[in-house]
Design a protein around this ligand. Structure first.
Ligand code: SAH
Length: 256
């Protein structure tokens, strides 16, 4: 009699969105609610983790800037090991797995080991922040280009951001809080106007969200004086200064 083929689990790379559980896709919510093994990083909101069923094995691989509790290679190996042991793994990530989420690296290692992978997109922080802070990323009067960049990356000064920011464009910077000053200097050195509007959105789509506005030249000061902490996004471009829609919204709500 031939030996039964042992089952290989699937790794689901699932986007958890920016925080609010209401911003999960139905597919993500279903996977979390039925998970037996759930591997998550530090950005995933506790309210989402609380949706996992009793008995679900929860593994945190929380990574914080400059303090990696688990190296990326070890995370990849963990996913492969669990799947080869026959477990379906819900790998939950903040935002979208394929936007600064290292989902590509995890998927590649899984495929290389013969482990099937499915990707469930999530609302990336840029979309979450734009919606909650009332900053349209594009607007027919203000921006027809939007770019996402990582502010904390190898050799910030060597990064070529030419043409990504300026009139008619929106630049969204992930992981840029620690280097906000250097980012502003870099962009101004590349010719951006010092009075270009900027917005900093901390904890987007969470109850403790803060939105701070200013001009490019003062970006570092805004971040420092308000003690902005990760997770936060920096949005640079005319859209960040459009008539402060948050205020208009408040005025309208008070009038109703
Ligand atoms: N995959 C994620 C990004 C991970 S990189 C996504 O698609 O959103 C981590 C960075 O994302 C943080 O440093 C921060 O810049 C941004 N970020 C994630 N969640 C955020 C939130 N709720 N509010 C503001 N920025 C957030």
């Amino acid at each position: 009699m031939s030996k039964p083929v042992s089952r290989i689990g699937t790794v689901f790379l699932v986007g958890a969105g920016p925080g609010d559980p209401d911003l999960l896709t139905l597919r993500a919510a279903r996977l979390v609610m039925n998970a037996k093994v759930l591997v998550h990083d530090g950005l995933v909101d506790p309210a989402i983790l609380a949706m996992a069923p009793k008995g679900c094995r929860m593994i945190s691989v929380a990574k914080q800037r400059s303090r990696h509790t688990m190296q990326q290679n070890d995370i990849n190996a963990l996913l492969v090991r669990e799947a080869l042991a026959g477990h379906d793994v819900v790998r939950l990530k903040g935002g979208d797995p394929f936007v600064f989420g290292r989902g590509g690296e995890e998927a590649e290692d899984c495929f290389a080991a013969g482990v099937p992978v499915q990707v469930v997109p999530g609302i990336s922080a840029a979309m979450g922040a734009a919606a909650s802070a009332m900053i349209p990323l594009t607007h027919r009067d203000s921006a027809s280009i939007v770019s996402f960049v990582a502010g904390q990356c190898k050799g910030l000064t060597d990064q070529n951001w030419a043409g990504l920011a300026g009139v008619g464009r929106t630049l969204v910077i992930y992981m840029g809080v620690a280097t906000a000053d250097a980012i502003a200097e870099k962009l101004m050195a590349e010719g951006l106007a010092p009075d270009m509007p900027v917005a900093v959105v901390e904890n987007a789509a969470r109850p403790e969200m803060r939105v701070l506005r200013g001009a490019l030249a003062g970006l570092g000061v805004v971040v420092a004086t308000n003690k902005i902490k990760s997770p936060a996004l920096i949005i640079i471009g005319e859209v960040a200064g459009r008539g402060d829609m948050m205020e208009l919204k408040k005025v309208m709500e008070m009038a109703v």
